[in-house]
Design a protein around this ligand. Structure first.
Ligand code: SF4
Length: 354
């Protein structure tokens, strides 16, 4: 990836000025049974940091863009630290978001993680997305092959939030769950239990003042070329013969209530696809009742904050009004927001090149 040319950006092309930057490609872990990233990106690669910094500089200078999203499926703290060092040394005042992964042995490494995240936050990190998947260790190991445990998720969120408190800079943390998800055979674990465990983790983080800023919930899906799709019986999925054609032709609208989506001939351990969507919706409702914002991703957090939406109420307003604009096709709110983001993105580059 070091030899790839930099992208060419057109000025005033009507797009949102948040540039994707290829600091790495794929995932250094790459083994999760449900994840399609390794199939899309292939072998994990990191890019020479000097080239990443050069592309950031050129994007700032030529396109007037100061907001970035790292493209890696999971940027390890060791890499983000080295990039942060370079950004701070060069004095590049960018703001950015990225995917992270719950760090293994996070509890024992808290001091090291907090110190690392503090530096990354100082260098402009504003939002992260982290996959918790399920707050149940049997599911994480036997179903997900996630390579980390619930304790790692808890302490990684804590470290991220503590680092942001120490730096007195807000960091949006998005935590995602897969619900309902497959359950290990003969384990006695129930879907209700998994939901309770997920809610327990969220309640605990909130009580201890380490509340994530957004929680994302998606039902388990056997995505093409993942273990869940290639070994459906092992994970309890029942898929139609023409599975690929079925999912390729499936039409749904993300902004609409999933209960209005058309039925799909897929089931999980006897639960129909529409019932899976309902279970997901129920968990979403319960998470809202706990006082959480739901389904705002890291790049949407970055966009909302850049457009001046602050606090939890701001994030909620941004989400509600964006969804409403898409549903009603009255795009005036989105156009206004895009302009604000672009002005903000440009203002970051002016700090550098004025
Ligand atoms: S889910 Fe995340 S950690 Fe697991 S393989 Fe995919 S990108 Fe990597």
């Amino acid at each position: 990836m070091n030899s790839k040319p930099f992208p060419l950006y057109e000025n005033d092309d009507g797009k949102v000025n948040i540039a994707v930057i290829n600091e790495s490609s794929g995932c250094y872990y790459g083994k999760c049974n449900f994840c399609t990233h390794p199939n899309i990106t292939g072998k994990y690669q990191t890019r020479d940091i000097n080239i990443t910094i050069q592309e950031i500089k050129e994007t700032m200078d030529a396109a007037g863009i100061g907001l970035f999203r790292f493209a890696g499926s999971t940027t390890p703290v060791s890499l983000s630290n080295r990039i942060a060092d370079a950004l701070l040394t060069e004095g590049l005042p960018i703001e950015y978001s990225m995917f992270v992964r719950a760090e293994t042995r996070a509890k024992d490494r808290m001091a090291e993680l907090i110190e690392g995240y503090e530096k990354v936050i100082r260098s402009g990190l504003k939002a992260v997305f982290l996959g918790a998947e399920a707050a149940n260790n049997d599911i994480l190991s036997k179903i997900m092959d996630k390579g980390n445990c619930v304790e790692d998720v808890y302490f990684t969120v804590k470290a991220l939030k503590q680092a942001s408190y120490n730096q007195r800079k807000h960091l949006d943390v998005g935590l995602s769950f897969i619900y309902p998800c497959p359950i290990p055979h003969n384990s006695g674990i129930t879907h209700e239990q998994v939901m309770d465990e997920n809610l327990h983790l969220l309640r605990k983080l909130k009580m201890e003042n380490y509340k994530p800023d957004s929680v994302l919930i998606t039902p388990g899906a056997p995505l093409p070329a993942t273990a869940w799709q290639m070994e459906p019986e092992r994970f309890g999925f029942d898929l139609p013969e023409n599975y690929f054609q079925t999912v390729l032709r499936y039409e749904y609208e993300l902004t609409k209530d999933p209960s209005t989506w058309p039925a799909l001939d897929i089931s999980l351990q006897g639960i129909s696809f529409l019932d899976m969507l309902k279970m997901s919706g129920l968990m979403e409702k319960k998470i809202r009742e706990l006082g959480y914002t739901v389904n705002v991703s890291d790049e949407h957090c970055l966009a909302a904050r850049s457009a001046g939406f602050t606090g939890q109420r701001g994030l909620e307003e941004f989400k509600t009004r964006s969804d409403l604009a898409l549903l009603t096709t009255d795009y005036s709110f989105l156009k206004d927001v895009y302009q604000k983001i672009n002005v903000y993105s440009h203002s970051l580059t002016e700090k550098c090149f004025s």
